[in-house]
Ligand binder design. Structure first.
Ligand code: NDP
Length: 434
């Protein structure tokens, strides 16, 4: 492959890779500890660490218990079976850099519905109480940290020994190969797609399952669910529902079509998504803020609007590409650029770039409603603690970095045509500002 993906300077790339590999696991544990045992207060945790140092971190780090492993194993096996067994339309992914076209079974929405109904029914009929998941959450995160690390080693070895397609290869550097991954489309057998499992069926699914878990835990503790928790859970569930409605579209995005299966994407989806993305809901379990109906409805409406706009941006781009630029955009014939490029095998291809609608406002405008939606589902926590807003801050950094990575990649791919797009649509994310 030879593509080392060092869009930043090599030194910065190495430092950030090592920092993320070593700092993310303790961060996950500290965030959980602060939310559940330190009243959501960073100051309390900081004081504890100041007094007890690394020994203190070791003391609060939960050991992965048998029940934690069982919960993870049941959930993972259930999702893997649904991914393989549920019916779904045959969908083709985009042509890969090596000229392959992956084929998927689009059954995400069915899997999502079956998962939520099953989880809710297990609680309703007294078979399994989701509050148990909350009570063992530290052990579950701890087990996920270790299990996912081992899984990434498996991906690294598989990429070397039995890659699933020609979209695989080594950069010649073991750290980059482990961190960024070896294979673009790793599979087990012909049809079990590993990235669909890690990113969608485990990562995104766990987000919805944990959102429900936090609501149920609060209900079990207090006998009712606060309006802040209701707004948070509703918005997160609407967001994840939107994701599964559009899952086949997700298979055309950077995560799947460009980022290889390594620590960055897979560990991120297996550990970071369940622990960090869901954290505003985790905070609310012990902080049942009362918003009052007008404020609750206002936040709910603003959040839904942002989720809708984000959805519409993705839909507009995909509809435009699917119809070869023939669909109307905001009631008008779209303005576009036909951009030619070469695959790694030297084949000449072309893509259409939309330069009107949402994609004419800024080259990555869709990140704005994504960040705002996250702000709105966090804001029911109000502003007495900053930690619930960690996800919003993290997402903002992630997406601005992603906008740069994507711009750099597209500039390499489309050359003068990308420059033409930049001349026509000069702002990267926020119209008129950046
Ligand atoms: P996409 O991959 O969907 O869009 C970028 C790609 O689209 C480019 O790589 C390029 O690919 C193509 N493209 C770029 N400009 C145009 C254009 N003008 N017209 C047509 N095609 C174009 O972006 P993301 O994967 O970043 O985002 C997808 C969704 O996921 C968004 O809703 C985003 O908010 C969300 N997201 C959420 C994250 C989270 O952690 N919550 C993280 C990342 C994304 P090509 O090579 O095909 O030309």
């Amino acid at each position: 492959m030879g593509e080392s993906k060092t869009v930043h300077s090599p030194l910065l790339t190495y430092v950030s890779m090592l920092a993320l590999l070593t700092l993310c696991p303790p961060f996950v544990i500290l965030l959980w500890y602060t939310m559940v045992h330190a009243d959501g207060s960073v100051a309390i945790t900081a004081e504890y660490l100041k007094q007890h140092g690394l020994e203190g971190l070791k003391t609060i780090w939960p050991k992965p218990s048998l029940i934690a492993w069982k919960i993870i194993a049941c959930f993972a096996a259930f999702e893997a079976i649904l991914q393989l067994a549920l019916p779904g339309q045959r969908v083709e992914g985009p042509i890969s850099p090596a000229g392959n076209r992956p084929v998927y079974k689009a059954n995400g929405l069915q899997a999502y519905a079956v998962t939520l109904i099953t989880y809710f029914a297990l609680w309703w009929f007294g078979i399994f109480n989701p509050a148990i998941v909350y009570d063992h959450l530290g052990e579950i995160f701890s087990a996920l940290i270790i299990g996912s690390f081992i899984f990434c080693i498996f991906l690294y070895i598989k990429g070397h020994v039995v890659p699933s397609s020609s979209d695989s290869g080594s950069s010649g550097n073991i750290l980059i190969d482990f961190y960024w991954g070896m294979e673009l489309y790793p599979r087990i057998g012909k049809s079990f797609d590993i990235k669909v499992f890690t990113n969608c069926r485990f990562g995104m699914m766990s987000w919805a399952v944990l959102a429900l878990t936090y609501s149920i835990k609060q209900y079990e503790e207090n006998g009712h669910i606060s309006d802040s928790m209701l707004v948070n859970t509703a918005l997160m569930l609407i967001y994840v529902t939107k994701f599964f409605l559009w899952e086949a579209g997700y298979w055309n995005t950077m995560d799947i079509a460009h980022d290889r299966a390594g620590f960055y994407i897979c560990w991120g989806c297996l550990v970071w998504v369940p622990s960090i993305y869901t954290s505003p809901g985790l905070y609310l379990v012990n902080h049942p803020v009362h918003l009052g109906t007008p404020l609750a409805l206002l936040i709910l409406f603003a959040g839904i609007l942002c989720i809708y706009i984000n959805y519409d941006c993705d839909r507009q781009r995909q509809q435009f590409r699917k119809t070869n630029g023939k669909s109307l955009i905001w009631g008008k014939v779209p303005s576009k650029i036909t951009a030619t490029y070469y695959t790694t095998s030297g084949e000449k291809k072309s893509s259409l770039l939309l330069t009107s609608g949402w994609w004419g406002l800024a080259r990555h405008f869709h990140y704005v409603p994504e960040i705002l939606a996250a702000f709105f589902w966090t804001s029911p926590a109000l502003f007495s603690h900053c930690l619930p807003y960690f996800y919003v801050v993290f997402l903002t950094i992630l997406l601005f970095d992603r906008a740069k990575r994507d711009d750099d990649r597209c500039r390499n791919k489309y050359q003068k045509f990308w420059k033409l797009y930049c001349d026509k649509v000069p702002y990267r994310v926020i119209p008129g500002i950046y």
